[in-house]
Each structure stands twice: as structure tokens, then as C-alpha cells.
Design a protein around this ligand. Structure first.
Ligand code: DLZ
Length: 163
């Protein structure tokens, strides 16, 4: 018989499994570095707080968000990983560049996760302006890097449990 569903809220840090034996990749885009570095800090601190070992966390930087899927693929080829977090910030400008980048990154990470069996977490902010980004990188809406870290721990634990 299937077990009953637990009432988990998606980013509840109290309900997380230990990250002690889990291996993570983090890819950080250099565009809008003030934002992406804050997201990275939030993500890293969350992984460490839940027991991840520093030697099991592999970080690389890529120029912009468009390069996140390729960076994640390279990281997956270089290390044994249970989850990868892609961190970027694409701010809407005068043209539609943000839509091309965001759609491409989302699809690229989705395809990579399915193809490699390594969950890829979308830690990319898609704000209309810089203030919206700051609000989500340690400001009034919290730090979305923490949420990405929580999601990575849950998905990495699932991968280890089911493989
Ligand atoms: C070119 C570009 C622009 C205009 N804006 C952003 C942005 O807001 N956030 C981001 O991460 N990257 C941006 N880029 C760079 C692209 O992601 C990519 O690095 C270049 O188009 C080279 O492939």
C-alpha cells in the first residue's frame, strides 16, 4: 500500500533530510554579480548548515546566465553529483533578450536534469528591475539562494534514495 502523503511545505528547512552524504554542484553567473554572489552565499550556507561537507560542494563561475546549462554539464562531467544549482539574474531591459535567455536556461537545465539524472535547480532570478532582484537576494523577499539550496537537498536526497 502506498504510504500517506506528508504535509511538507516546499522550503521548510525543518523537514529536510541531512545533506551530510550528498554531493552538490553550483554554477554561478557573473552578470549582475552583486545579486548572484548574494544568492550563492545563501545557497552555500544552507547546504553547509544542513551538513553538506565543503569538499562535496563544487562551484564554478560562468560569464552569464545563458552559459549556466553548459557550465552545469561541464560540472556534471567533472564530478559525481547528486544535484546542481544554477544561479543567475537576468534583468529585463529595453529589448526581449531576457525572454530568450530565461527560456533557454530553463529548457537547458530541464533537459540536462532529465538526460543526466542529476536534478538541476533553477536558481535564476528573472526580475523586471534591479530593485526586484535585490528584494530577492537578501532583501524584503528573503534570499532565493536559500530556497534553491533547500530544493537541492531534497532532490539530491531523492536521487540517492531511488538509485
Ligand atoms: C547579454 C546579457 C544581457 C544583456 N543581460 C544579462 C543579464 O541580465 N543577466 C545575465 O546573466 N546575462 C546577461 N547577458 C549575458 C548572457 O547571459 C550571455 O553571457 C551572453 O549573451 C554570451 O552568451
Amino acid at each position: 500500500m502506498a504510504s500517506a502523503l506528508k504535509n511538507l511545505s516546499q522550503y521548510d528547512e525543518n523537514a529536510l533530510p541531512s545533506a551530510a552524504d550528498l554531493r552538490f554542484g553550483i554554477v554561478v553567473a557573473d552578470w549582475n554579480a552583486q545579486i548572484t554572489h548574494a544568492l550563492y552565499q545563501g545557497c552555500l550556507e544552507t547546504l553547509l548548515k544542513h551538513g553538506a561537507k565543503e569538499e562535496n560542494i563544487h562551484m564554478i563561475q560562468v560569464p552569464g546566465s545563458f552559459e549556466l546549462p553548459a557550465g552545469a554539464r561541464l560540472l556534471a562531467g567533472a564530478h559525481k553529483l547528486d544535484a546542481i544549482v544554477a544561479i543567475g539574474c537576468v534583468i529585463k531591459g529595453e529589448t526581449n533578450h531576457n525572454e530568450y535567455i530565461n527560456n533557454s536556461v530553463a529548457l537547458g537545465l530541464t533537459n540536462l536534469g532529465v538526460a543526466t539524472n542529476i536534478p538541476c535547480i533553477f536558481g535564476v532570478l528573472t526580475p523586471n528591475d534591479e530593485q526586484q532582484a535585490l528584494d530577492r537576494a537578501g532583501g524584503k523577499h528573503g534570499n532565493k539562494g536559500i530556497e534553491a539550496g533547500v530544493t537541492a537537498i531534497r532532490m539530491a536526497a531523492l536521487k540517492q534514495a531511488l538509485q
